[in-house]
Write a protein that binds this ligand. Sequence first.
Ligand SMILES: [Zn+2]
Length: 330
Amino acid sequence: MSFSSDCKEELCRVPCDKACCRLSELSALYMTLGTLSLLGQGRLSVQFAVESPAIARRIFVLMQKQAQIVAQLHYVTYARFGGRRKCVLTVGPKQAPAFLLLLGMMEVGEDGTPTLHSTVPRVKLNRDCDRRAFLRGALLGCGTLNDPNHGYHLELTVREDSLRLYIAKCLQSLNIPVKYTQRRGVTSLYCKQSDQIADILTAAGAFTAVTRLESLRVKRQVLGTVNRAMNCDNANLRKQMDASQRQFALISRLAASDHFSAMPPALQQIAQARLQSPDMTLEELGQTFTPPIGKSGVNHRMRRLMRFASEELEGETTHPGTDAAPPAGL
Ligand SMILES: [Zn+2]
């Protein structure tokens, strides 16, 4: 299963015990997934067509608990979409008016004439719990979430301007910044920051998804640190090898000249050691001596040797080669 469907399944299991929260979530589900049908002679029906059986079950249970409305469930297979099957929940003419009245999407005037509202949710989201429940319903109804292994992206695709504004307000009141994008004429709310996506999922109650998101973020952070450390090591190694090569080249020229034998024995020793082991670090070079010489001792001798070589090989301009990071003060 995808991260998005895992996350939705989890949202479907979030306890929703308070009537105010059930109403808010149902309202968002109706606004994003519901269809109102006029059957003639004033009769109405409401349908929810969803691919996920978990979401169908969620809507069924919320309606039953909130208003003892029992929706009829059946399955429809769409031949056009490769035989994709959808669960269809229908609230028939007997109970549809009660359902719409409950959500405030229908009002009955003093003379008994019903008025239907279709675009703006009528539930009041004054409490934090209700804003969270509304957000949960909106995520279930029109949310998509990328697999975080392939980049962070949460999107709520909302065709209705007024509904989009309502969801945006809901997010803003939970201190979650809102961004908009437009694709094929449809505007969506989206979020690409992992911490903000985690905030949205936390608000809606998908804590397992947040944990998965968080552990992946930590893993990426650790990998980034390791890579940086490795790059740094590689850079040091390169500097060290360049220095060794410069030393080797200069000492080879010195060895071919008369100056070599004029050098103090300590410098001759280090020069010979470098000629024998062009790839060793100064520290390793120091270990080939009897008795061994420490890194700073070798470094000091190599600097003296390089200075001597530069001065003696007249007309040569060269940089005294040392280890990548010589000890301070040498
Ligand atoms: Zn509530």
